[in-house]
Write a protein that binds this ligand. Structure first.
Ligand code: FAD
Ligand code: MG
Length: 349
């Protein structure tokens, strides 16, 4: 074979490879974002670098699958089946649903019940975030509180069964499953060879790979006092893959002549939206599901108790934004959080 022939074959092979790739992959030097509306929120997936063209659709399918299993708004979901059989019999579920419920119990234990997925009866009474939201009668709230106790959730990992021991119990994974969904999509993207991506499931963020220049990702912490999602009060250098914020500024009910903000983070002990001086809590950790769980539990616990929980848990960090516009950060974030708005001040406990 002469030299010219070898070169021609090589070029044909390269062209063939290029054509094959052009059907299945996009070679990109700029980040590409696709947006979907699911699990009651806006999901943005941003991929940096080259990607196979089907990965966005498949990523959204992963979240839709989680929604079909865990939504209370879908009649056939596994969660609704568990709830319908409360006090009757155990229900076998998928590993995904089991994993979320099991991890929820960890969050209940470490927060002494401040986080409790069996608060579902309260969530459905208040309906905060929907146009049916209203203040429930005190008697109904008292009845709902009686059904809340995570210790009455029975699990069997071998058979993947879940049993709510008391009739009337309702579990709701709204405080943790968005984070789970972000983790699953992040893992999927990684398995498809994506090296850098941001999965943002309604503010529950999973970061795949390193930030620009190979360093930590720089993520803005939202200013809870403005309605714009793009106004930041500071920037975190995220050295861990997940960052999640729970706040009271997006889902709430306002009553004329009443100054109280009736928001969606409920105190399982009182039955009412938590009333404390926190506007928002941001958690940084290694798992978006855990950051989601902690952002809710730490909010319920308040600044002092919440900070204690964070400081006593390895690899979990927090930023508290208070009504006073003071900002508290846990010890592991000192030097990694920078205030960018002069309306806020740093404070220490
Ligand atoms: P977080 O602080 O993370 O969670 C607050 C939520 O946790 C509350 O809304 C409540 O559900 C629950 N909660 C409240 N108090 C407690 C407590 N003490 N312990 C434990 N949990 C508590 N929203 C819609 O409007 N329409 C939908 O169709 C819809 N479908 C969904 C399907 C799924 C599978 C999931 C996970 C959520 C769905 N949502 C839906 C809810 C929506 O996305 C919520 O905004 C979200 O789950 C709340 O997240 P957050 O980050 O704002 O607040
Ligand atoms: Mg949460």
């Amino acid at each position: 074979m002469n030299k010219k022939r070898i070169t021609t074959i090589f070029i044909v092979l390269l062209l063939g490879f290029g054509l094959y790739r052009s059907h299945t992959a996009t070679v990109s030097s700029v980040p590409h974002t696709e947006t979907g509306y699911m699990i009651g929120t806006v999901v943005n997936i941003t991929v940096y670098g080259d990607y196979d063209d089907d990965i966005f659709d498949k990523s959204f399918d992963i979240i839709r699958d989680i929604e079909s299993k865990m939504s209370l708004n879908i009649d056939t979901s596994e969660l609704n089946e568990i709830n319908a059989n409360a006090g009757i019999h155990p229900v076998a579920v998928s590993e995904s649903t089991f994993d979320v419920i099991e991890r929820s119990l960890y969050h209940s234990k470490v927060s002494d019940g401040a986080f409790d997925i069996s608060a579902g009866s309260l969530v459905s009474l208040w309906q905060i975030g929907s146009d049916k939201a209203s203040i429930p009668p005190a008697e109904a709230l008292a009845d709902a509180i009686d059904t809340i106790d995570y210790k009455n959730i029975w699990l069997n990992r071998d058979s993947l069964e879940v049993f709510l021991k008391e009739e009337g119990m309702i579990i709701d994974v709204g405080g943790i499953a968005k984070g789970y969904a972000a983790d699953r999509v992040g893992e999927y993207l990684s398995s498809r060879g994506v090296e850098r991506a941001i999965v943002d499931a309604g503010g529950d963020i999973y970061l795949l790979g390193k930030g620009s220049n190979g360093g930590p990702w720089k993520i803005g912490v939202k200013d809870p006092f403005t309605s714009s999602r793009n106004d930041y009060l500071g920037i975190v250098s995220a050295t861990q893959p997940s960052i999640v914020t729970s706040g009271v500024y997006e889902r709430f009910l306002e009553i004329e002549g009443d100054d109280t903000v009736y928001h969606h983070i409920l105190d399982p002990k009182t039955g009412y939206p938590v009333q404390n001086d926190i506007q928002g809590v941001t958690i940084v950790s290694d798992s978006t599901m855990d950051s989601d769980g902690f952002s809710t539990s730490v909010f319920v616990l308040g600044l002092e108790e919440g900070m204690k929980l964070v400081e006593s848990t390895d690899n979990v960090e927090a930023i508290f934004v208070m009504d006073s516009k003071e900002v508290y950060v846990s010890s592991g974030l000192r030097g990694l959080f920078e205030l960018t708005s002069d309306e806020f001040t740093m404070a220490e406990l």
